[in-house]
Design a protein around this ligand. Structure first.
Ligand code: MSP
Length: 481
């Protein structure tokens, strides 16, 4: 029996439409989940939506809706995106689910030895739902006319003894019991820990913010949105008594973006330590996507809904671009031009062509009969390793080496000349080797481009090649407006 595998994404706020950044994160986690399943690991892949807090309450008010009705509506938008992207998630948690709320109360109580009453006087960033640690506030945002001005808070709330866990977290990271990829992000957290963590506020007075889960035993306070959002990773497994929790925690990989590193690299591990639970094995931190070189923002109105791209090019090209051309360990850019180039050069001319040529030659020279296919012949350890360390771009680079290698093989062997010479045995060897390479490539593509992988396998699954209804990546006339 293979070991269990648990993978999570962060759970997006519902204050706006899903965008390319969310899509990127879902896709990366999807590759890990599909790869784990392909390797025979019983897998749980969880995602969901983060529904409480000031930011969502404000968005609901702007739409003149109750927070609950607004969340019911917006949560569906994220579910639709998961479907559109063919994300293989097995769980979708909403932080307004009764099960989550109930377990959040249990967890609050379990943390109570590390909770005390205090007074917070400082800045609050609604955009990030963050109490700004002393000395970290951006002076520009202290001015009320700044578009993303902080709120000034002076309120009584509950605190969590975060400071107490600084050394234990540092130790877990430096010993690699808790791995953080990439190293730049690991170093970022280590330097934060070096400065020492301060205790943090973990509730808000209800007269300041109503939209949240009531603190057990104090009906005047709601839990801080991050506190109850982070625990989604275990409430979804029915912590504490659930079988899933017992069998699947700690998570193998938690996928998050670079802006929420502090929450996942410091606050969440401290909460787990306070609960006496093991830390996740790996935290993978992806970068940010820009669009045509610009930060995505509501004011610029340049956020692209993933469906705009998918409607024009199809899903697998979308998956391909975001997994290969957005650097897995860095920020990246989407532009229509680079997308179009990748589609034409790499998908249509390289992969599509290798399949097309092979099918056509088998039809032309062998009446479609494939013959015996030799076993896969490449060493794919580097690809497995790249996936293990969440270098999706590198894994696809390696797979494309094989695609290019195959096209080169065809160019050099010139099966059409062999056919001309009448050497049927040699021709059969060459063509079935091409098929073997394509099946191997399809297997490698399963986690990345599941539909394309299935199509390639289907073409070569019988005695004779199945004619392709359409070429895999047809040439498109794409309007670029
Ligand atoms: N609700 C919190 C997460 C709570 S997890 C317990 C949150 N939500 S979010 O909607 O703002 O962001 C969700 C994910 O999308 C985060 O990992 C974030 O880094 C990612 N991205 C948001 N904008 C992004 C880009 N422009 N590019 C890539 N990812 C980005 O944070």
């Amino acid at each position: 029996m293979k070991t269990n595998y648990y993978i999570t994404t962060s759970i997006p706020y519902l204050n706006g439409q899903p965008h390319l950044g969310h899509a990127l994160e879902f896709l990366m986690a999807d590759v890990l989940a599909r790869s784990a399943r392909q390797n025979g690991h019983p897998t749980i892949f969880s995602t969901g939506t983060d529904e409480h807090g000031a930011k969502v309450a404000q968005a609901a008010a702007k739409h003149k809706m109750t927070p609950q009705a607004y969340c019911d509506h917006m949560s569906l938008e994220f579910k639709h995106l998961l479907k559109l992207l063919d994300i293989s998630a097995d769980r979708f948690i909403r932080t307004t689910d009764a099960n989550h709320e109930k377990r959040a109360g249990l967890i609050w109580k379990a943390l109570s030895k590390d909770i005390y009453k205090g007074k917070y006087a400082g800045w609050y960033d609604v955009k990030q739902e963050e109490f700004i640690p002393v000395g970290k506030a951006d002076p520009a945002r202290m001015k009320p006319d700044h578009p993303q001005a902080y709120q000034r808070l002076e309120e009584k709330n509950y605190f969590f003894k975060l400071s107490k866990y600084t050394d234990q977290i540092k130790q877990a990271i430096t010993s690699n019991a808790f791995q953080i990829y990439p190293t730049t992000r690991r170093n970022e957290i280590l330097s934060l820990l070096e400065e020492g963590l301060e205790d943090i506020s973990i509730s808000r007075p209800k007269d300041q913010l109503e939209w949240g889960i009531t603190v057990p035993g104090d009906s005047t306070q709601v839990m801080y949105v991050w506190l109850e959002a982070l625990i989604n990773y275990i409430t979804v497994l029915n912590y504490p008594e659930g079988d899933d929790f017992r069998h699947f925690w700690p998570a193998n990989v938690q996928v998050v973006g670079k802006d929420i590193l502090r929450f996942h690299g410091a606050i969440w591990p401290a909460m787990l330590l306070a609960l006496d639970l093991p830390l996740p094995k790996t935290l993978y931190v992806h970068g940010f996507i820009t669009v045509e070189g610009e930060t995505m923002s509501k004011s610029l109105g340049n956020g692209i809904h993933p469906k705009e791209i998918i409607n024009k090019y199809g899903l697998d090209p979308f998956r391909y671009y975001f997994l290969r051309h957005i650097p897995s360990y860095d920020d990246g850019d989407f532009s229509w031009q680079t997308f179009d180039d990748a589609y034409n050069n790499e998908l249509a001319n390289e992969l599509g062509n290798a399949v097309q040529r092979t099918v056509v030659m088998i039809q032309k020279y062998q009446d479609g009969v494939i013959g015996d296919i030799p076993p896969a012949s490449h060493d794919n350890a580097a690809i497995a390793k790249a996936i293990e360390v969440c270098k999706f771009d590198r894994a696809l680079d390696e797979i494309w080496q094989q695609v290019r290698g195959l096209n080169q093989y065809i160019d050099e062997e010139k099966p059409w000349e062999i056919a001309g010479s009448g050497d049927k045995t040699h021709l059969q060897e060459v063509l079935s080797y091409q098929v073997s390479c394509l099946i191997e490539i399809a297997d490698l593509l399963v986690p990345f481009l599941p539909d394309t992988a299935a199509k390639i396998k289907a073409i070569f699954s019988g005695e004779t090649v199945k004619p392709m209804a359409t070429t895999l990546f047809p040439k498109l006339e794409v309007a670029k407006d």
